[in-house]
Design a protein around this ligand. Sequence first.
Ligand code: HEM
Length: 497
Amino acid sequence: MTLGATWSICAYSLAFLSLWLVLVFIRRAYLHPLSCFPGPRLAAWTPLYKAYYEAIKGGQWVHHVDKLHEAYGDVVRVGPNELHFNDYRVYHKIFSISGQFTKDPSFYSCFGVGMSTFGLMDPEQARLSRELMSTYFSRRAVLQLESVIQSKVDKLIQLLSSRENPSDMFYAFRCATMDIITTYCFQSPLGCLDSDNFKAPLLTDIQTAVSLLWTMKSFPWIIPVIPFLPTYLGGRLQEQCQAFLNVQSFVNTAISVVQQNAALQDTRKVLQGIAGVFDCLLERFPSLGAARLFHEGLSLIQAGSDPVANTCIVGFFHVLRNPSIHSRLKKELQAAFPGPNAKPGWTELERIPYLTAILKESLRMSHGFVSPLPRVVGPLGAELAGHQIPPKTIVSISAVSVHNHRDLFPEPHRFRPERWLESKDLSQHLVAFSKGPRMCLGLNMAWAELYAFFGTMFLKLDMVLVDASPDDYADFHDYFIPIHTGKNLHIQVTQSS
Ligand code: HEM
């Protein structure tokens, strides 16, 4: 081919590409069914607008969306085919049990767990998977697991009491919650709590890998290229990828052990007579493939550990910072469980309204997952906030918009457990576990753990905050879960009973 012909092909290709881009821009900006909604022009043109705040600016999307609502009102077009809402009534519609809204695959695929209960998009497949898994996370199942949960909380108490230096609770709580979920899933106690200064390698790997999430979502093509990048360009990404591979390798090994034991028909009962989730799954469904088990395992260890630990961190910080809340909680616990040998259980702790109010306020202020959870409108379209929304539109709203709504929660940034005692109706607006057919599957386990951590630790320990300031919890990066930008919470045990 001559040089002239090559130039012509390049020129035609460039002209064709430019024309195509112009047509895409015109369609998205003026002819698209969402073009009547306000929002930044760039967001209407390209999903890279959102990707910039997620991946390049690093977990800033949920904060940026706030600013967009201030500028454009309660409904904003935040992507070529996506609307974001700032109206708590819309939250209840999108996440209602009878809603025709499904999870958005372009968002959820980045978790790499498409065959798990969390990752399944098809509503019928997800329903069947939830039905199968709910056996292990029902209230009845979790009541049986209570002694296991309590043993990890007791171990944490003993470790905190024996330390002369302040403890980093970001890792300490995660060690306990990770030990609980891995023990229950795989029957192999991981022993995070035994790690030096609570810095268990699995937990540090998860923290390193977490910021890879938005890169994987918006630029998945970069992942196979990362190992070949020079260190000065891709060093941080290589570290994140390696950490992610380590987490995957942990789950793979745990699943292999479960499979080997199933093959040997060795039904282990290390959990004080309770069978592990994956042992049971394989016993009931021997044909479940390794990939399905791997996806379920990877999603469960993350869904089951970080949000419980985050709720504890935010709650402990606020309780320890407010002497009147702290002393009322302690007095109520001491009245309900007198004597040094008292063993508070989940059902007894639930009967202390002030403790429940503290847990709800901690959940509200830690939010659960902070990213706006995107849902796809069903084939019939939907009516949201007075607008007719076309089928297949992606609609999203963050729990943060509901939890910080001043009409529902006056002074939203103030930790005020009393608000839950003053109004019983308020509980419907606690959306940390989400709502509807895809709400948290591990809700019973989460409540049981929260009652055990707060109930036992505030009863048995005298604790003080070390070098903590409200600024530490004023801001967070949105990596699906909130990662607070301030210092990790450190506490010192001053006395234990
Ligand atoms: C305070 C603790 C927890 C909070 C705030 C929380 C919050 C949530 C939220 C908001 C969702 C919906 C996510 C979405 O739609 O994308 C969810 C889903 C889920 N959670 Fe939790 N969670 C907690 C603890 C747990 C625990 C302990 C487990 C159990 C191991 C668990 C397992 C799951 C699973 C499997 C799903 C997926 C359900 C589905 O998609 O149908 N979570 N959780």
